[in-house]
Design a protein around this ligand. Sequence first.
Ligand code: NAD
Length: 316
Amino acid sequence: MNPKKILIIGAAGQIGSELTLKLRGKYGNENVIASDIKEGGPELMESGPFEIADAKDRENINRLVNHYEITDVYLMAAFLSATAEKVPMKAWELNMDSLFIVLDLAKDKKIEKVFWPSSIAVFGPSTPKEATPQTTVMEPTTVYGISKQTGERWCEYYFRKYGVDVRSLRYPGIISYKTLPGGGTTDYAVEIFHEALKTGTYISFLKEDTALPMMFMDDAIKATIDIMEAPGERIKVRSSYNLSAMSFTPKELAAEIKKELPRFEISYKPDFRQEIADSWPGSIDDSIAREEWYWEHEYDLPKLTKAMLQGLKVES
Ligand code: NAD
């Protein structure tokens, strides 16, 4: 087997930037090539190789893979749920074209392994809302969800038909303090911490009782690296795994923040994102990931709240 050489596409985003740093720590700075259509933060740019590259540009992505002798690709570039609703065809193009470019590289044996993130957005209003199982009704109503569900089907197809080693997780809403989120429906759960510290108040764009599955960034990165390092025979699901850590409503999150910052106040002004949130599960059953490749989360709501407030205080 070749020594590991990793290409991260969409490395300057919320998840990509932290994933890049973690992988550089693990495999060596020079062995993890970050790429995006825009530059990332200073830590990302200064810690290892970076290339400006459009995930839709097949020729350029192929060139990078050849040039750096890439073995593993993490495809993180995408239009997220709220942004995708504003530009549906552009979102469909990016989310699908980039996936085919990467899957084809693995099919043609130019790379060995692919990570591609799916989302809880693959589910829709007809899906069982609580403890949503791995296999269930999936009728997504957003263009983002449709692109993720379609992507899952193609991942499984490339695995069965061409033996492509593709691994995928249905991320819940990811909460972090280092990089701002990129236009998803769960962004409120990051914004609330910034505003709590800055102004002591927050106006939520979701209703107080809207429960959604969420996860702290460290757990998301751990899950991503764990699934990529697991022996191939343990990865039985080649569409995408349900993945879960916690579930909470804006009201529950605000109450947890109030324990740390007693003067904090929240109010509610739902916008178009409420309809997207209403179509998604409130909680996820991820027992198959826990059984098959021993997934375990570390952060619950109190631990997440403390980590976010601490992290943002140190940063400011
Ligand atoms: P993000 O929006 O923060 O980052 C995406 C990155 O892709 C950005 O840096 C952007 O510049 C880049 N990008 C956009 N168009 C590009 C193009 N044409 N070529 C190359 N790069 C391009 O998103 P994220 O939150 O880091 O999400 C990463 C992945 O995880 C996405 O596939 C997303 O759907 C999935 N996901 C994220 C969440 C979450 O809560 N953040 C939840 C579920 C799934």
